[in-house]
Design a protein around this ligand. Structure first.
Ligand SMILES: Cc1cc2nc3c(=O)[nH]c(=O)nc-3n(C[C@H](O)[C@H](O)[C@H](O)COP(=O)(O)OP(=O)(O)OC[C@H]3O[C@@H](n4cnc5c(N)ncnc54)[C@H](O)[C@@H]3O)c2cc1C
Ligand SMILES: *[C@@H]1O[C@H](CO)[C@@H](O)[C@H](O)[C@H]1NC(C)=O
Ligand SMILES: *[C@@H]1O[C@H](CO)[C@@H](O)[C@H](O)[C@H]1NC(C)=O
Ligand SMILES: *[C@@H]1O[C@H](CO)[C@@H](O)[C@H](O)[C@H]1NC(C)=O
Ligand SMILES: *[C@@H]1O[C@H](CO)[C@@H](O)[C@H](O)[C@H]1NC(C)=O
Ligand SMILES: *[C@@H]1O[C@H](CO)[C@@H](O)[C@H](O)[C@H]1NC(C)=O
Length: 542
């Protein structure tokens, strides 16, 4: 194969540039190994792309969501493997490990820092892209489903609705998000107050570990099964599929969106919402999106949109709102009754007047630059601060603030029930999100600066020690891994690890130490391996 020759040249060039790396890769060896592990009739060139392949760029870009990471730099993978069979994933792990090529696994590609398809450590790597591993099998009589990692939330919701209009699943709002990354990092959306996180509704999983072995819930053991439900499976292996528990949804749900500007009392309403929304009936979810909108004359104003899903009908909702949140002055005309699956469309696209099939659109290339950060709020933020934040939103480069209320079933889980520790005591999750479309360092710098500035202004009023963050809203500002010998340094990783996982971080590191002591599954924010003797506190992993 002439491809081999080209690649070995690449490899040599690579090592001239990045001589500090202790890793060594062997491309011939990797390719040969793959051809042995993936024999005919599978045509290897249909599932393996090198930079010389005509389709390499298309495949690479296919699920990148953030233009910030589309750069002509060294961060590109040396191969992309697009498995169509579980055995191809095993082969990638076995051969990647044997020949010094670490793996980034990608399901939906929505990682906020692009860690599923790029690397900052300057070492060669390959992508295992699961876009073709995406079947969804629903068992409506048992109210369960097996969903493969490469499926999107849209494909999952659509297939559930095809099988039953009485069942749903409590996961995120954006339909193009991948099931692989989303469920393993927690995953929340409009039904979190009723049914918790997506990760709370996982019954079983198929995982390929660093030895290329296929494990399920029973064979992986309790602690590894715990770790991948909120701790990020990318540190432990490759999830092939999840068995999930579907949840009952009523035949009709009600949605509304009520927007208020400053003159309509938005600042007071946002302030009140903070103590009301987390205590509402668990069937009622009201989030807030603060953003800048053009008024009729074209002038900009800041509005808070109260965006709600109620698992019931308008009449009952009106009564609840009158009793719990009359200040919002919700009216009968605000109610939109529809099926649960229509509400999925409504939240995703702000309209349900489009075909359900739109949920199946996976997108084909990135369209915008963005940066996000997150906080958890435990005490209501005082109204004067909301007033100040309002001013920030009038700035040119302003973004969006999304406030997702917790409470309800989220309080039923102890902080250590899953690696996701943000349970009782949290009023809501706050997401700072800024996006832009113009290329260049000037727009880049001003948008990045805006989001970091607002985050900084909030610091006295949000959770602290640690200032917690949501792992699925990954943020490399919180810290990056450094190597200690061949493996990720535990003390450096604590900087970001405690924010995502609080006291669950140490347990995750012990599990990592047991299942992947060589740190094969590594990225800029992967869990470091900790071996039992490294514990000063005599910590037990069970
Ligand atoms: C537009 C948008 C909207 C969003 N909306 C929500 C929301 O409503 N609620 C919410 O909770 N979150 C939301 N998120 C965040 C989302 O949950 C995370 O970005 C999630 O990790 C994305 O999963 P993915 O498979 O698409 O991403 P990927 O980029 O493919 O993966 C994310 C991480 O998981 C790892 N990973 C992926 N697949 C596997 C696998 N099979 N096995 C092991 N590791 C794997 C990757 O290596 C990477 O580290 C949103 C993100 C975006 C961009
Ligand atoms: C394998 O696939 C490639 C690309 O589609 C094609 O050019 C080649 O002919 C195929 N080889 C075989 C043996 O089918
Ligand atoms: C996947 O590979 C296994 C062997 O590892 C084989 O039994 C199975 O038929 C393959 N499935 C598909 C869909 O190719
Ligand atoms: C959570 O706890 C509340 C109060 O104890 C209870 O009403 C509710 O049913 C629980 N939810 C779940 C899913 O167990
Ligand atoms: C942005 O500009 C850089 C430098 O000119 C270029 O390499 C990159 O491809 C551009 N990105 C986009 C999305 O246009
Ligand atoms: C690093 O890995 C190499 C190759 O696997 C091994 O020989 C060496 O002992 C490791 N070093 C440390 C500090 O673990």
């Amino acid at each position: 194969m002439s491809m081999n020759y080209e690649l070995s040249i690449l490899c040599v060039i690579f090592f001239r540039i990045f001589t500090s790396s202790s890793a060594s890769c062997d491309y011939h060896g990797f390719l040969y190994c793959l051809s042995v592990h993936i024999p005919p009739p599978t045509n290897l060139s249909r599932i393996l792309y090198s930079p010389e392949s005509p389709d390499y760029s298309t495949v690479l870009l296919s699920s990148i969501r953030n233009l910030r990471f589309v750069t002509p730099s060294r961060q590109k993978p040396y191969f992309i493997v697009t498995p169509t069979n579980i055995s191809h994933i095993q082969a990638s792990v076995i051969c990647g490990r044997k020949h010094g090529l670490p793996i980034r696994v990608r399901s939906g590609g929505h990682d906020y820092e692009g860690l599923s398809y790029r690397s900052e450590d300057g070492r060669p790597f390959i992508i295992v892209d699961l876009a073709n591993i995406r079947s969804v099998d629903v068992d409506p009589t048992k109210a369960t489903a097996w969903v493969q990692a490469g499926a999107t939330l849209g494909e999952l919701y659509y297939t559930i609705a095809e099988n039953s209009r009485q069942l749903g699943f409590p996961a995120g709002i954006c339909p193009t998000v991948g099931v692989g990354g989303h469920l393993t990092g927690g995953g929340f959306g409009t039904m979190l107050r009723k049914y918790g996180l997506a990760a709370d509704n996982i019954l079983d999983a198929i995982l390929i570990d660093a030895n290329g072995e296929v494990l399920n819930k029973d064979t992986m053991g309790e602690d590894l099964f715990w770790a991948i439900r909120g701790g990020g499976a990318a540190s432990f292996g490759i999830v092939v599929s999840w068995k999930i528990k579907l949840v009952p949804v009523p035949p009709k749900v009600t949605v509304f969106t009520i927007s208020r500007n400053l003159a309509q009392g938005a600042v007071d309403l946002v302030t009140k919402w903070q103590s009301i929304a987390p205590k509402l009936h668990e069937n009622l979810f009201i989030r807030i999106v603060i953003t800048k909108e053009a008024k009729e004359g074209g002038e900009m104003e800041v509005v808070a949109s109260f965006n709600s899903l109620f698992l019931g009908q308008c009449e009952e909702l009106l009564q609840l709102m009158e009793k719990s949140f009359f200040e919002l002055r919700m009216k009968r005309e605000d109610c939109k009754e529809m099926s649960w699956i229509q509400s999925v469309l409504y939240f995703a696209f702000y309209t349900n007047r489009i075909p359900l099939e739109d949920l199946l659109d996976r997108g084909t290339k990135p369209e915008r630059f963005f940066k996000a950060k997150s906080d958890f709020v435990q005490e209501p933020v005082p109204s004067f601060l909301w007033g100040r934040i309002w001013g920030r939103f009038l700035e040119d480069e302003a973004g969006v603030l999304i406030m997702d209320p917790y409470g309800g079933t989220m309080n039923n889980f102890s902080d250590s029930a899953t690696p996701f520790p943000h349970r009782q005591g949290n009023l809501y999750n706050l997401q700072y999100f800024v996006e832009w479309r113009e290329n260049g360092t000037v727009p880049y710098n001003k948008h990045m600066k805006w989001v970091r500035k607002v985050y900084k202004e909030m610091s006295p009023y949000v959770s602290h020690n640690p200032r917690a963050a949501y792992m699925n809203y990954r943020d490399l500002d919180l810290g990056k891994n450094e190597l200690d010998g061949n493996v990720t340094s535990y003390s450096k990783a604590k900087v970001w690890g405690l924010r995502y996982f609080k006291s669950n971080f140490e347990r995750l590191a012990f599990i990592k130490g047991r299942v992947d002591p060589g740190d094969f599954f590594r990225n800029e924010q992967s869990i470091p391996p900790l071996l039992p003797q490294e514990s000063s506190a005599g910590f037990s992993a069970t």
